[in-house]
Design a binder for this molecule. Structure first.
Ligand code: NAP
Length: 538
């Protein structure tokens, strides 16, 4: 009979992206806990480890897509472009992991398959797919919001004679598109980034569009020395701005309504924002996400831009046939996306009008019987967002209740941090927190700091168990719904914010839309009131 070694720790962190790395650092180096970080991949980076598709780049500006907890780290790292590319972010996260000596406490290639709470011992037991077992008082999931790939169930995929890839599971050695007929399904942020790069080397690219999308030019460019110096000299000011805004970006939302200006002034404001590029477009007026008529002005402007760029009127009409208000789905930013449809080797197929019927050995067939011959299919089809990565782990709380059952009608959390029945389990940027509606590192640092302070406080008071109360959780879930309904965000009925991209998933608006600054104040207030809404015991 063989005995299986069980490693016992103070805390287990799952996931070595932005959030897990920082959480490992604070628990180990600030609190002195024994911590193990379990990571499915063979390196750090999280989303930036997996998403190596052509054109992968962040839409937060580089000086804000970074940790702000260490001034030394801020001073020693310099970004090269306005938006950081995937490879540069991966280098940065490796630098962070090396600088703070994090890798020695990370177990790579360890995908968590089950986590269960042992009430008698007040400990979590975590098992990996390889059969390793770890036990710890605290379990912190840092698994990201967009890490569970959605590969649509299209009949015939297994018969396809060519190669196919999901953008979120991209081969590390890259894909050579030269001389290939490529079909790409999906026109979200990912597809919009990938299409121009694929088109540049493929023999032909066919883009299968189900829902037309807005996109704003990123205007990416190398950063000049003056900006780099300014960013380095102004870290406190930048942090202050990011912490004060609803979405954690380093720019303020203009305090004016789209109705406060004349149509000519509005046009000029939009033109200037279009020229400047990036997510700042959304900040041109304060009411773009709360007032339909205000939003209509932005939506109209952006549709008209598509008409100006795309030469073929039929293609332009399909690209501009957008069925939801601007920014109610996550707004993509691009480099030459609409321009790509002016290339001779690019075709747009509207699969809302003629849905995908099946995949054959030779390509993709739409319902009207047209076969598009393909050598490569790229699935830019998104993720089972927010809840997907958590539910995949088969988490079982007090009494063996599964998180899947607890969330059968949609995620139920207090502050996005905890779920009743799952003591000592914390989720970083989980559903019910601003997460994906915020510049992620800002949301992550706030969550990690809050969790760290909470555990520090428990240890100081000799407490070992914390669980969100059902009453506080109920009130928070209602507040999350109210916050979403106070905006236009739920109007994009098919968005992943609502879980609507996954067949059978409950339709609940998952992120907290009340704004990061307000959320930060709420969490601080909860802590100041002796962790109101949490039951903490010895
Ligand atoms: P996504 O926004 O969910 O887009 C998926 C696309 O695939 C949509 O166009 C969707 O159409 C389409 N699709 C899905 N299933 C389909 C099917 N069966 N048939 C036809 N079309 C199908 O996913 P994503 O583009 O990967 O982006 C996800 C999120 O990741 C973004 O919103 C953003 O938060 C993040 N991201 C950020 C960056 C960045 O920082 N620059 C880059 C990439 C991703 P429908 O709209 O009709 O469902």
């Amino acid at each position: 009979m063989s005995t299986v070694a069980v490693e016992t720790l103070d805390a287990i962190v799952v996931g070595a992206g932005f959030s897990g790395l920082y959480q490992l650092h604070t628990l180990r180096d600030q609190l002195g806990l024994s911590v193990k970080l379990l990571e499915a991949g063979n390196g750090v980076g999280g989303t930036w480890y997996w998403n190596r598709y052509p054109g992968a780049r962040c839409d937060s500006e580089s000086h804000s897509y970074a940790y702000y907890f260490s001034e030394e780290l801020l001073q020693e790292w310099t970004w090269s472009e306005r938006y950081p590319g995937q490879a540069e972010i991966l280098r940065y996260l490796n630098h962070v992991a090396d600088r703070f000596e994090l890798k020695r406490d990370i177990r790579f290639g360890a995908r968590v398959s089950q986590a269960s709470y042992d009430a008698a011992a007040n400990r979590w037991q975590v098992r990996t797919e390889a059969g390793e077992t770890y036990r710890a008082r605290f379990l912190i999931t840092a698994v990201g919001c967009l890490s569970s790939a959605n590969i649509p169930d299209i009949p015939g995929l297994e018969s396809f004679a060519g190669a196919w890839y999901h953008t979120g599971q991209w081969p590390h050695q890259g894909v050579d598109f030269a001389g290939k007929r490529v079909g790409m399904i999906g026109t979200g942020s990912t597809g919009i980034q990938a299409a121009p790069v694929i088109a540049a080397s493929a023999q032909h690219l066919t883009v299968f569009q189900r829902t037309a999308n807005y996109s704003i030019p990123a205007r990416n460019a190398p950063l000049d020395e003056e900006f780099k110096l300014w960013a380095r000299d102004n870290t406190s000011r930048i942090r202050e701005v990011m912490h004060g805004t609803p979405n954690g970006h380093p720019f303020v939302i203009e305090d004016r309504s789209a109705h406060d200006v004349t149509p000519e002034q509005r046009q000029a404001i939009y033109e200037a924002a279009w020229e400047k590029g990036g997510l700042q477009f959304r900040a041109a007026f304060r009411d773009l996400l709360t007032d339909q008529a205000a939003n209509d002005t932005a939506s109209e402007f952006l549709r008209s831009k598509i008409g100006e760029i795309v030469k073929d009127p039929g293609t332009a009409a399909k690209l501009a046939a957008i069925d939801h208000p601007f920014a109610t789905k996550r707004p993509p930013i691009d480099t030459n996306y609409f321009e790509t449809f002016n290339r001779d080797n690019v075709t747009l197929v509207d699969v809302r009008a003629t849905p995908i019927e099946r995949i054959t050995p030779d390509g993709l067939m739409t319902r009207d019987g047209t076969l598009y011959p393909l050598d490569i299919i790229v699935f830019a089809t998104g993720f089972d967002a927010m809840t997907g990565p958590l539910l995949k782990m088969d988490i079982r709380g007090d009494g063996g209740v599964s998180l899947r059952d607890a969330w059968h009608a949609g995620p139920i959390t207090y502050l996005g941090l905890q779920t009743p029945g799952f003591p000592n389990l914390f989720t970083i940027t989980g559903p019910g927190s601003p997460s994906v509606l915020c510049n992620m590192p800002v949301a992550i640092e706030q969550h990690v700091d809050w969790i760290t302070d909470c555990i520090r406080d428990m240890r100081a008071r000799g407490l070992t168990r914390i669980e969100a109360t059902p009453e506080a959780t109920q009130r928070w879930v209602e507040h999350v719904n109210e916050a979403a309904n106070a905006t236009l965000l739920p109007k994009a009925g098919h968005s992943w914010y609502l879980g609507a991209n996954i067949p059978g998933k409950p339709r609940v608006f998952m992120p907290y839309a009340g704004g990061m600054a307000r959320y930060r104040a709420t969490c601080a207030d909860v802590a100041a009131r002796n962790y109101e809404g949490f039951a903490r015991t010895a």
